[in-house]
Design a binder for this molecule. Sequence first.
Ligand SMILES: [Mg+2]
Length: 350
Amino acid sequence: MNNDLSLLGEFGIIDLFRSHARRANPWVTVGIGDDCAVMDMDGQRSLLVTTDMLLEDVHFRRSWARPRQLGWKSAAVNISDIAAMGGTPSGAFLGIGIPTDMKMDDLTGFRRGLDDCLRRYGVDLLGGDTVASTNGLAVSITLIGTAPSQDVVRRSGAMPGQRVFVAGTLGASAAGLFLLEGNECPGGLDADSRQELIRAHLEPRPLVDLGRTLAERHLATAMIDLSDGLLSDLGHLCDESRVGAVIKATALPICEPTRILADSLGLDPLEWAISGGEDYGLVFCTAPEDEAPVTAVGRDLDIPISAIGWTTGEESVIRLSVNHSMSAVSRKGWDHFAKTGRGEPDEPVP
Ligand SMILES: [Mg+2]
């Protein structure tokens, strides 16, 4: 028997646990397989719980991220999962493995960044666990939030023939990571653009107000946040909703600095936009009659919202439309166990 975990991949590993997970508590309404677990509290309100881990040299390098930015990001990526369910974040638990060589200033900086993010989103730090680490900084945050039970938006509610929207932009975080890794822009990039890309990677802004507004007004039939990459995350939504999707390359919201950097490298910015990951915007589906109200919500909250395609009845198949030709694409985003990591779109399917 082949014992290689890369065959299973990150999502195969999750399925391994999911398929054996006990589900006997009647008050658990959503378990493994969404951005948060959902537990009914009193028939009216639900508790949302999510957890995420950041590891040194897997998710970040201490050499290119300031401690304050790491603190911010480790809270933000969890808050984003609460946003994806339409919830309001309220409490956090911090599990932290602190390297024995970490300096007091750095720990204080991390604490400050974490605190800035938690305060910005109205979250209280409620507890945690602290250990010494012999192998780099490890941060695991568990975030809890609440939502009226009838407003919780899951990944599984989309139907064929609905509009697919992206809130925020795509690819800036991957472009920022490219710069942080020490690469330069051959054609030159002004300081503000450079900063915009790096901040997109290190200081993501979860779209809590937008998620909550869409949920309250029942404008999103299904929703997920953008952590692994558009194809991968939309793929999860399609799997859970048992739909497919067509996305139009020309409709993808790619910011100008991302385009400038990609063009100057001779790369297609589409690659960062669909597979880059860590943008922490939202992808959601909307019934055709709700498209106008969704656009109005984006305008009111001053958040770019783009209609990027539509759902189909072709279960779990995502097709990318480029220059009027349509190809099925594999949904590779970031998979921690796959040997290839971030993937290329597949060749067109005949
Ligand atoms: Mg998520």
